[in-house]
Design a protein around this ligand. Structure first.
Ligand code: SAM
Length: 371
């Protein structure tokens, strides 16, 4: 299939497969092939021999994110992965010790077993079909990544609509030394269980991928913002760190989404000696440039009160060509603004980033050099 797909059009591949196989088998082969292609972003080269269904692939944790999470469980201790799906997390957990994985769905159980063997960690993983609410295995730690979609495939917003529900998973806390629950990073804070000792927001490749509720983990802090591969910001107070609003300086910082979600912008501001651009606006401004993995830094070339004509004129006069538009608390969609600017015909040659926001309640555009 892989060889055919490299040389033929998709319809030709189907036609060729149909010569020797049933229509059902053909569809399954094409779907698996598509999943394996898409899965390379999450699993790299390992993907080409893994088993997936498309919904399970969408729900699976990305390899580097799962690997980071696995390092927070004690090395050598057994972990129960009670809603394992196709085993995205299992593979990472098995690098550090034994894993008792289970899922309600028998096909995913089979896929997770295959994937563990394929990844070379089969000797560390036992996969069974079981309901998460009554896990068969006794392990030191427990990890749950509940399904966050309804039967119709729509995302659910409430933790108690997860499957298994947040409440059902938290009820397993007393059985283990350490419990970790992966939830949506957008889950309303009011829904976070009060007994969770730590909430960790994790980003990878510029997107906040997950929040993890930790109970009984070592070196726990109340809030953690992790940028996978670069480190974490830690905060152990009840109230979030505060930061003042200050006049815009020559450098702007766009904090990583994990920092914003975890309400640790104030902590980052201290590290950068920066202040907020405006109240409720998570852009920071500073007099000096500092390198940090927790924010993108821009050098401000000029600040323009927003107006389409004025912005166009300014860009044209300076020979500037916007290549990206960022916005917070700004009335115009970046895609629409980019379209409007391009329609005017750009003569600029120097690439710039536009950071659009409100300063003193007025919409402004910072024309920036991306550092
Ligand atoms: C988000 S996926 C897990 C993805 C997995 N962590 C990975 O990286 O591949 C959630 C899984 O929970 C399973 N599930 C839903 N309700 C369950 C229950 N009550 N008991 C066990 N598994 C359940 C679903 O079948 C689905 O495969």
């Amino acid at each position: 299939m892989q060889e055919l797909a490299q040389t033929l059009q998709p319809w030709q591949v189907l036609e060729r497969l149909r010569r020797d196989t049933s229509a059902d088998l053909c569809r399954a082969a094409v779907s698996l092939h598509d999943c394996r292609q898409a899965a390379q972003e999450k699993f790299g080269n390992l993907a080409h021999g893994m088993m997936f269904d498309s919904q399970a692939l969408q729900m699976a944790s990305s390899g580097p994110v799962a690997a980071h999470r696995a390092t927070r469980f004690a090395t050598g201790e057994s972990v129960a992965d009670i809603a394992c799906g196709i085993g995205g997390d299992c593979l990472a957990l098995a690098q550090r010790g034994r894993v008792a994985a289970s899922d309600l769905d028998p096909v995913r159980v089979w896929m997770a077993r295959h994937n563990a063997e394929w990844a070379g960690v089969g000797h560390h993983v036992v996969v069974t079909q079981a309901d998460a609410c009554s896990p068969a295995a006794r392990c030191a730690s427990l990890f749950a990544d509940p399904a966050r979609r309804s039967d119709g495939g729509r995302r659910v917003r409430h933790g108690n609509d997860y499957s298994p529900s947040l409440e059902q998973i938290v009820a397993l806390r007393s059985r283990v030394r350490c419990l970790a629950i992966k939830v949506s990073p957008a889950l309303d804070e009011a829904q976070l269980p009060a007994t969770a000792e730590e909430v960790e927001y994790v980003s990878w490749r510029g997107q906040c991928r997950e929040a993890v509720l930790w109970f009984g983990a070592t070196e726990s802090v109340r809030r953690r913002a992790t940028v996978v591969g670069s480190g974490s910001l830690l905060w152990d107070e009840t109230a979030p760190p505060v930061v003042e609003v200050g006049p815009p300086g020559p450098y702007l910082y766009d904090p990583d989404p994990a920092v914003v979600r975890s309400h640790l912008v104030g902590l980052l501001a201290k590290e950068l000696n920066a202040s907020l651009v405006g109240p409720q606006v998570a852009y920071l401004t500073a007099a000096e440039e500092k390198v940090t993995p927790f924010a993108r830094c821009f050098q401000v070339l000029m600040q323009v009160p927003f107006g389409l004509r004025r912005l166009r004129q300014q860009l044209a006069a300076e020979g500037l060509r916007p290549t990206e538009i960022l916005r917070r608390r700004f009335p115009v969609e970046p895609a629409a603004l980019m379209r409007d600017l391009r329609e005017a015909g750009s003569t600029g040659t120097r690439d710039v980033s536009l950071v659009c926001t409100k300063v003193a309640e007025r919409p402004v555009v910072f024309i920036c050099d991306p550092r």
